[in-house]
Design a protein around this ligand. Structure first.
Ligand code: CU
Ligand code: ZN
Length: 367
């Protein structure tokens, strides 16, 4: 079938929205008619050419929501008409990691996915007979896409796609850091560095978990106001004094749980240093630049602080994403305020510009 899609033709150049071909689903795959897709930093990072493992041409986009239109042979967990979110982090439920509750890093299709292929080593996307590679196994800046069955999460059909699509990456990364990685306990004190979508998600996750005090840092007053709306109790403009500010608020001990959501390794160090002695846990959710290292004075660890990290908030997507969508539908999670802009597919480059200017939190493309 013919679909319109935003193709990365050349690094550092605007995406080109155009008509390309999408083949039907093969065994174990599903064809999803996309309704909405959030625009995430990873898309921009790859488009810029800064990611050494990036490739082109490819269709970007990995925060998609849509309706299953067709299924390949052997697919049993979804049916045509189901509303699903795309999962760049799949869940096969069979591999060693999927069977462990300690990680969400499914091993089933990693190699082919990283190279831009579906699990059988081919693509469903093409143009004039030439293959176009898939991005993050999702390629959701498009009217439709084909994914492995293990890379879709079935959500309540009542979940609005242009809102819950944020659960396909950014929101879950933050909420999950609090719920599934740190396992924040009721009554605890948390400190969150960064109030972009991931940081705001972490604040929301801490709140959901029953944290008593949530301290949040960001460079923008506007974002700090959003953090307060999500449940932050104390907010500050970030800077060199952040560690002391947390110590001051916690009787000199530090926070039970700290979260880093900026990707800046200097801020990560602050998040480690303001974790409480004895049991403070620092969870790194931000993605640092390739080759950057985190500087930690070992004494901080000897005195009982720990550092954790996870991709996609440690969430096993097919299990957790539907639960989070349910929390949204039940009014326990405010996802709507994360979405500050809407654009049509043709506005994808505009969405990148908004992100570069740090204008708003999330732009959602609707198709
Ligand atoms: Cu993302
Ligand atoms: Zn697996």
């Amino acid at each position: 079938m013919k679909i319109r899609a935003a193709v990365l033709e050349e690094f550092g150049q605007p995406l080109v929205v155009q008509e390309i071909d999408l083949a039907g689903p093969r065994p174990g795959e599903v064809l999803v008619r996309l309704e909405a897709c959030g625009v995430c930093h990873t898309d921009l990072y790859t488009a810029s050419g800064a990611d050494p493992s990036g490739y082109a041409p490819t269709v970007l986009g990995h925060e998609g929501a849509g309706i299953v239109e067709a299924i390949g042979e052997g697919v049993e967990s979804v049916r045509p008409g189901d509303r699903v979110l795309t999962l760049f982090s799949p869940q096969c439920r069979e591999c060693l990691h999927c069977r462990s509750d300690r990680t969400n890093l499914c091993l089933a299709i990693r190699e082919q996915q990283n190279l831009g292929f579906l699990p059988d080593g081919t693509t469903r996307l093409s143009r004039d007979g030439e293959p176009i590679r898939h991005f993050m196994g999702t390629s959701a800046f498009a009217e439709a896409t084909v994914l492995p069955e293990i890379a879709v999460a079935k959500v309540d059909p009542a979940a609005p796609p242009d809102v819950v699509c944020t659960l396909a990456c950014g929101a879950t990364t933050g909420i999950g850091a609090a719920l599934y990685v740190a396992h924040v306990e009721p009554g605890s004190t948390c400190a969150v560095f960064g109030a972009g979508l991931v940081g705001l998600g972490a604040v929301a996750g801490c709140k959901l978990a029953g944290a008593e005090r949530i301290i949040c840092f960001d460079m923008s007053e506007e974002r700090l106001a959003m953090a307060r709306a999500q449940g932050a109790t104390d907010t500050f403009v970030g800077g060199a004094g952040a560690v002391d500010q947390v110590l001051e608020l916690t009787g000199g001990f530090g926070a039970d749980y700290t979260f880093e959501a900026t990707g800046n390794v200097k801020v990560m160090r602050q998040a480690v240093e303001c974790a409480r002695m004895g049991w403070g846990l620092c969870t790194v959710a931000g993605v640092a630049g390739k080759g950057e290292t985190l500087d930690v004075v070992p004494r901080y660890l000897i005195t009982g602080r720990r550092i954790a990290g996870a991709s996609f908030g440690g969430a096993k997507g097919r299990d957790r994403v539907p639960e989070l969508a349910r929390l949204y539908l039940d009014g326990k999670l405010d996802l709507e305020s994360f979405i500050t802009h809407h654009r049509p597919l043709d506005g994808v480059n505009d969405a990148f510009e908004l992100m570069e200017r740090q204008d708003g939190i999330r732009t959602v493309l609707t198709f």
